[in-house]
Design a protein around this ligand. Structure first.
Ligand SMILES: C[S@@+](CC[C@H](N)C(=O)[O-])C[C@H]1O[C@@H](n2cnc3c(N)ncnc32)[C@H](O)[C@@H]1O
Length: 246
């Protein structure tokens, strides 16, 4: 729980600049995953959400949930940052969707409230997974799915902190990946592959797939423009977990 106040301050502070820089990419077309904007139509992670109760954990300005609502889902957007939620509210237009300020660490919903909980570099990147994953599992109904995209341990281990970009050499230990210090005292989180498997299984979830989104050669990375070119075409930069509650 310790990172909640600092992460909230961080996202409130950068929200406006973040949306200015990234909304054109995130909101360009529907259902784009991750730093390389890979369509869900290629990855088949979310599937048909028509009529489903959907929670986006760390929804930011709501580019994802607006699309899912347009496709017929009953969406709720949760985010820690009031500035990010204000951006989501401002982008809604005439359609009003429920927005909730809260933390992935302590979800303010009853058990069995949702058929799908998902995020793309959202709450499961910015909350301790050993706390946030059981929370997500709790609010899922039987058969409900938890689907989320996070940075891979590969990219974390090859990340040169001083140079602020991913390299082609190992820079940091893989074992012990956990809390990562971000700007302004904020914290993001990363786990080893085994760590993710144990936390997902420990929360009672079945792992259906681990998709490793692979951009085509030359694909633009709008988030880390300094990265070694085509790094993510050669190594997996992201992990897209597909799980369900039995
Ligand atoms: C990188 S953005 C992801 C949102 C959206 N998918 C996007 O690409 O803009 C991370 C979001 O997670 C939110 N966040 C950070 N910590 C959180 C927490 N503990 N619980 C819920 N949301 C959190 C931030 O406020 C921010 O809106």
């Amino acid at each position: 729980m310790d990172s909640i106040p600092a992460n909230r301050r961080f996202w409130n502070r950068i929200s406006s600049a973040y949306q200015h820089e990234h909304d054109p990419q995130i909101g360009a077309t529907p259902r784009l995953w991750g730093m390389y904007s890979i369509p869900d139509a290629h990855l088949h992670a979310l599937g048909d959400i028509t009529g489903k109760r959907v929670l986006e954990l760390g929804c930011g300005a709501g580019q994802w949930f607006r699309e899912l609502a347009a496709e017929g889902a009953a969406v709720v957007g949760l985010d820690l940052s009031e500035a990010q939620l204000a951006a989501a509210a401002g982008a809604m237009g005439a359609n009003r969707y429920p927005l909730v300020q809260g933390a992935a660490e302590q979800l303010p919903f009853a058990a069995n409230s949702f058929d799908l909980v998902f995020c793309d570099f959202g709450g499961l990147s910015w909350a301790p997974p050993h706390v946030a994953v059981p929370q997500a599992a709790r609010v899922l109904s039987q058969g409900g799915r938890l689907v989320f995209n996070v940075a891979s341990p590969w990219s974390e281990s090859c990340y040169d902190v001083a140079a602020s970009h991913v390299t082609t050499t190992l820079q940091q230990d893989y074992f012990g990946l956990s809390a990562i210090a971000e700007d302004g005292g904020a914290t993001s989180y990363q786990l080893s592959y085994g760590g993710w498997v144990r936390i997902l299984r420990g929360a009672g979830l079945i792992i259906d797939d681990l998709i490793e989104p692979r951009p085509d050669l030359g694909t633009f990375n709008g988030y880390n423009e300094t990265d070694t070119p085509d790094w993510a075409h050669r190594w997996p930069a992201e992990l897209l977990w597909v799980t369900h509650k039995p």
